[in-house]
Design a protein around this ligand. Structure first.
Ligand SMILES: NC(=O)c1ccc[n+]([C@@H]2O[C@H](COP(=O)([O-])OP(=O)(O)OC[C@H]3O[C@@H](n4cnc5c(N)ncnc54)[C@H](OP(=O)(O)O)[C@@H]3O)[C@@H](O)[C@H]2O)c1
Length: 275
């Protein structure tokens, strides 16, 4: 099997590490290319023991799997290079946020198997929540391979492509919402007199423990919350303020706004290069 990563940045790093560790492929089977940053490419090649390949045209190399791991804005510029590495049986896996499968297919004039995925930054730790969608040309083996590939960096679930903007808003941007909660908790604790390092340690462990409880107990978040909220107690006093301050409504608006922005960016990425 020959696998090509086009793009050698953070996401390529995370996916390479996960997939090599999980033995989804052997490092000898992997080729990596980027645009111009030779130092970054060399680091990746040496670190993972994979092969480098030039993206200068023309190329007579063909690959069974091509992973599109450049920034979405660089996709059109990279299209001639991507096309040169394609064969009719290639499986394209795109992690380009906001770019539809149809748009990848049209830009590359490629009528074959294309999978589209939305991982998140926790892929770097093997803890991504990744949504994957496909076109009709993927075989069962292609689908299994793709899910296994993304499982090597965390949870990997199959979704309909129409859900991608919502998923981008929920789990794509999701780590930042949790960091925001951590930041606000820490600021509030420090403002009330807690030492910063102590606040940080307690909050990290609290988020980590709550996350593990959500995962292991199988209980709904609302039930877990009610279980630890005694009537008239301290947690209730705090939660009441969040409710009265409109936090629930703010989260609805947050997801709605992030989804709308994802849709808008998708349209910009798809149509701007035509102008
Ligand atoms: N990072 C995340 O957590 C995350 C989460 C979800 C989705 N994604 C998606 O993952 C993709 C990559 O993100 P990233 O954070 O890894 O980006 P990044 O660190 O900026 O890396 C981008 C890579 O693409 C290469 N590249 C750019 N133009 C190219 C071209 N024309 N031909 C070949 N290679 C080219 C760059 O090469 P040079 O360095 O030489 O310019 C660089 O190696 C994005 O589409 C993003 O939407 C990322």
């Amino acid at each position: 099997m020959k696998i090509l990563f086009i793009g050698a940045g953070s996401m390529a790093h995370a996916l390479l590490r996960g997939a090599i560790d999980a033995q989804v492929f052997k490092k000898e089977e992997v080729y990596v290319t980027n645009r111009s940053n030779q130092q970054r490419l060399t680091e990746l090649i040496e670190h993972y023991g994979v092969n480098g390949i030039s993206c200068r045209l023309p190329s007579d190399e063909e690959f069974e799997v091509i992973i599109l791991a450049m920034k979405p804005k660089d996709f059109h510029e990279a299209a001639p290079v991507i096309k040169s590495f394609l064969s009719p049986g290639t499986l394209i896996i795109s992690v380009l946020a906001g770019i539809s499968i149809d748009h990848v297919s049209e830009t590359l004039t490629f009528k074959g198997a294309i999978a589209r995925a939305m991982p998140n930054t926790s892929a770097a730790l093997g803890k991504s929540a990744t949504a994957v969608t496909y076109n009709e040309f993927l075989s069962e083996q292609h689908k299994e391979w793709t899910l296994k590939f993304f499982r090597s960096v965390g949870l990997s679930v199959e979704v309909a492509e129409e859900q991608m903007d919502l998923i981008t808003a929920v789990s794509g941007s999701g780590p930042a919402y949790i960091y925001y909660v951590a930041e606000l908790l820490e600021r509030a604790a420090v403002d009330l007199g807690m030492q910063k390092e102590l606040a940080k340690a307690l909050i990290i462990q609290t988020i980590s423990g709550a996350s593990k409880m959500l995962e292991d107990s199988g209980l709904e978040a609302g039930i877990l919350r009610r279980n630890v909220t005694s009537p008239g107690g301290t947690t209730e006093a705090g939660i009441n303020v969040l409710e009265e301050s409109g936090v629930s409504d703010a989260f609805s608006k947050c997801i709605d706004s992030a989804k709308a922005r994802s849709e808008e960016m998708g349209r910009e990425l798809t149509f701007n290069h035509l102008k």
